[in-house]
Design a protein around this ligand. Structure first.
Ligand code: 3EB
Length: 315
């Protein structure tokens, strides 16, 4: 009955069949978004560095698609998948518009629990009007969640926020009918509690969400407490990131051996092979490698993961 995330070769997409909520592709020139007759597709403008693969979100039962303004939705019995693109120059305006649309639609369709959200902000580290575009995006996202009465300790989805090479903001998400559990990382200050030095509004995401047997681990980087560690040292940043992934997995009732899919964002493509070789020794799971700017200029990589754990009663 569960959602089944998968990484598939682009050459296999033509033969996907039914039971697909969404397909996310990479390496396009611009952003392309649509609800085809059977599922939602999103093509994102950031280079894919390894094999040419796509993300496929499968589920059981019938899927219907629906367009709601800028938001493309795919709806099954238990899950909602959506994609939305905003072209506002100001990332705060884009963030507010996108999150307002997502929360409104998710509640209206009966899937009020956001499990996982992916955000791509063009020129994410550029400073515009004295504020980094990432921090501006965080302001809009925060204000939208606040306006909908979101609780920072219970309602926030797992997320990632990285760059892309065109457009302004592109966001896609998975939501469920059934509530998820929000998980934080004891090695890190919760992002929603980051001190003011990181921006006027804190980043609104959880370190992980657990929904049934699925664990969605947010984009994770070389941050301990609230500080970036190992400036300029890609191996040490990777090792610290793996420590964080390990801790979040453990708190979520899983281990790194339970990881079924990875996505690795690499700031400088010349680091990719080195990262892939070192990571493969620690986590054996299919991975998507993308060249993307990370939301702090000193971070050289960010890794997100999905794990499948035994169902237990304690989370
Ligand atoms: C961090 O831990 C690194 O703003 O949605 C990771 C995951 C990061 C999600 C977001 C940001 C976000 O703060 C950056």
């Amino acid at each position: 009955m569960e959602l089944r995330p998968d990484i598939v070769p682009v050459s296999a997409l033509a033969a996907l069949g039914d039971g697909v909520l969404g397909v996310v592709r990479f390496g396009s020139r611009g952003i392309a978004q649509s609800e085809l007759t059977h599922h939602v597709t999103l093509s994102l403008p950031l280079p894919i560095l390894g094999d040419d693969v796509a993300e496929v979100w499968r589920c059981d039962g019938a899927v219907r698609v629906q367009q709601d303004g800028a938001l493309s939705l795919a709806i099954s019995d238990e899950y909602l998948f959506g994609a939305i693109v905003a072209n506002d120059d100001d990332p705060a305006a884009a963030g507010q518009r996108v999150y307002d649309a997502i929360v409104t639609a998710a509640r209206r369709e009966g899937f009020p629990n956001l499990l996982r959200v992916w955000n791509h902000v063009r020129d994410i580290n550029a400073i515009e009007g004295e504020l980094e575009r990432y921090r501006s995006f965080c302001r809009g996202r925060h204000d939208a969640f606040a306006s909908h009465g979101y609780g920072l300790r219970a309602d926030l989805p797992a997320a990632s926020a990285v760059g892309m090479n065109a457009g302004s903001l592109a966001t896609y998400f998975v939501a469920s009918r059934i509530a998820a559990e929000q998980v934080e990382n004891p090695r890190q200050v919760s992002a929603y509690d980051y001190p003011r030095e990181y921006g006027p509004r804190s980043p609104s995401f959880s370190r992980a969400t657990v929904s049934g047997s699925l664990v969605f681990i947010s984009g994770t980087a070389s941050i301990v407490g609230h500080e970036s560690r190992h400036h300029g040292d890609v191996d040490a940043q990777l090792d610290e990131t793996i420590e964080n992934l390990d801790k979040v997995a453990t708190v979520s009732g899983a281990t790194l051996a339970d990881v079924i899919a990875l996505k690795v964002y690499v700031r400088d493509r010349s680091d990719c092979e080195r990262i892939a070789a070192r990571l493969a020794k620690r986590i054996a799971a299919p991975a998507i490698y993308l060249e993307a700017d990370i939301c702090r200029a000193e971070l050289l990589l960010e890794i997100e993961a999905i794990a499948r754990r035994e169902r237990t009663a304690d989370l």
